[in-house]
Design a protein around this ligand. Structure first.
Ligand SMILES: Nc1ncnc2c1ncn2[C@@H]1O[C@H](COP(=O)(O)OP(=O)(O)O)[C@@H](O)[C@H]1O
Ligand SMILES: [Mg+2]
Length: 227
């Protein structure tokens, strides 16, 4: 599946005002990313919730590979999408166990799975870190991933999203809380690792977008509701 189109998407949370004002946009696997920019509270994560079929639009809709998602079940939509959440959780377990969350049905068992399990963190820029760890993928990351730096935790979460191996990848504030060089390095690695996929990236970081991207700006939030 090679493209995602939204058509007049209006959405809001139960009992609340419209957050998305009627978004019409298009992103293609062979083009750049769809970068959705806006301040905190402007509806960026809400947009991803709609794309993940976690929130039903009030009007309009969207299509994956030309198929209106109203014709698919929520599971059908989500089976095509990998999501890097805004606050991706890292469990107090090994790097391997944290990556394996991407494949809950045992898809990473066997030699091929092991190769993918090594390739994903390398593509996410963790190759150097892993090479220096005697226990490799079996290294514990500590409670909440505290044995890792903020950038490494984000890369681990990104590797998990890569391992899910979906046509569409949603990135929610991938550079938040990272210093500018770390953010730039992570973006560079993500751009390479996600080539050929449909990528939607929501962010308030104006260094994310580059030439070839489609950029959409969401408006100012209602102050009382902004978070
Ligand atoms: N799960 C939710 N339930 C109810 N309201 C929400 C939820 N998530 C976000 N909102 C509200 O929707 C609006 C947009 O928030 P959000 O999409 O999280 O903005 P952003 O990601 O741009 O910071 C805000 O008013 C916020 O309070
Ligand atoms: Mg958000």
């Amino acid at each position: 599946m090679r493209d995602l189109t939204t058509d007049g998407l209006v959405a809001g949370w139960p009992g609340g005002p419209d957050v998305l004002p009627g978004l019409t946009t298009h992103v293609d696997a062979d083009g750049g990313w769809l970068v959705v920019r806006g301040p905190s509270g402007s509806g960026k994560s809400t947009f991803l919730a709609v794309l993940l079929a976690a929130l039903r639009p009030r009007a309009g809709g969207y299509a994956l590979g030309g198929v209106p998602t109203l014709r698919l079940t929520g599971e059908g939509v989500r089976s095509r999408i990998a999501w890097l959440p805004q606050e991706a959780h890292v469990f107090a377990s090994s790097i391997r166990a944290n990556l394996a969350l991407a494949a809950p049905r045992g898809e990473l068992a066997g030699r091929d799975g092991e190769a993918r399990m090594r390739a994903a963190p390398a593509a996410a820029g963790l190759g150097g870190l892993l090479a220096g760890l005697p226990e490799g993928l079996d290294t514990p990351v500590g409670a909440g991933g505290t044995a890792l730096s903020g950038g490494e935790r984000r890369r681990l979460a990104a590797a998990r999203a890569l391992l899910a191996d979906r046509d569409v990848v949603l990135l929610d504030e991938p550079t938040a809380h990272l210093d500018p060089p770390t953010a730039a390095a992570l973006l560079h690695d993500l751009r390479a690792a996600l080539a050929g996929r449909v990528v939607v990236c929501v962010t308030h970081d104006d260094t994310v977008e580059q030439r070839g991207d489609t950029v959409v700006r969401l408006g100012t939030p209602v102050p009382a509701l902004a978070s």
